[in-house]
Write a protein of this length. Structure first.
Length: 219
């Protein structure tokens, strides 16, 4: 494989509202963990960056770095990014964070409603691509993921082009789909369109096929 380093991200990020509450999502981190574990067999310089995953998906045998917020995730990737790197962005970062974080637990104040103002987090894929261009890296490849509840093909292909990705892996999530231990289905797209579809399979099988696809694409 023609990359000196592989970076695989996994799991959700957390954005704190107060010391006991945060914004996150239902990602378990399983897919990213399995992809990183599989990639480690082919390249010992595989770096696993993970967020709020369950303990068993933190037991990576190679280089690993735990992060918490979306900003943490971005900074960790940029710190480790160099020429000849393949990045597989399987993490599920929170798109928004509270504009203000309370230093104390927010109490009920008699009102039925609590309004939390949100601020958009950095666009990780966009920022990585900007960094690649600024450093004039010639052999860095970026593979994204798109977790969608509807219009998978349309939304995944739009994200692929907008973010300047080499490939994107799209999968349906929500209502018992996509997250956790359930079987899943994914579609891998490039600028040429649909490249590979994997239907109703375990994440172990899906991750293995994703890695095989990447190895064949960049072997």
């Amino acid at each position: 494989m023609r990359f000196k380093k592989i970076i695989v991200t996994a799991g959700p990020t957390k954005e704190w509202i107060d010391p006991v509450r945060y914004i996150s999502n239902a990602s378990s981190g399983k897919m990213g963990f399995l992809i990183a574990t599989e990639m480690l067999k082919y390249n010992q310089n595989t770096v696993y960056i993970y967020g709020g995953v369950t303990e068993k998906y933190s037991l990576f045998q190679g280089q690993k770095f735990q992060i918490e917020t979306t900003q943490d995730l971005l900074e960790s990737i940029l710190e480790k990014l160099e020429e000849d790197t393949l990045i597989i962005m399987a993490a599920a970062p929170a798109d928004f964070k509270p504009t203000k974080t309370s230093s104390e637990k927010i109490k009920k104040n008699g009102s039925e409603n609590l309004i939390i103002e949100l601020t958009q987090n950095p666009d990780i894929l966009k920022t990585i691509n900007q960094n690649i261009r600024e450093k004039n890296f010639q052999n860095v490849r970026l593979i994204g993921f798109a977790a969608e509840t509807n219009d998978l093909e349309k939304n995944a292909e739009a994200k692929l082009l907008k973010k300047g990705l080499d490939f994107i892996v799209g999968n349906y999530v929500g209502k018992g789909q996509g997250f956790g231990e359930v079987d899943s289905s994914v579609k891998i797209f490039s600028a040429k369109g649909l490249e590979l579809e994997i239907i109703n399979s375990s994440k172990e099988i899906i991750s293995s096929k994703i890695v095989s696809f990447i190895l064949n694409a960049y072997g």
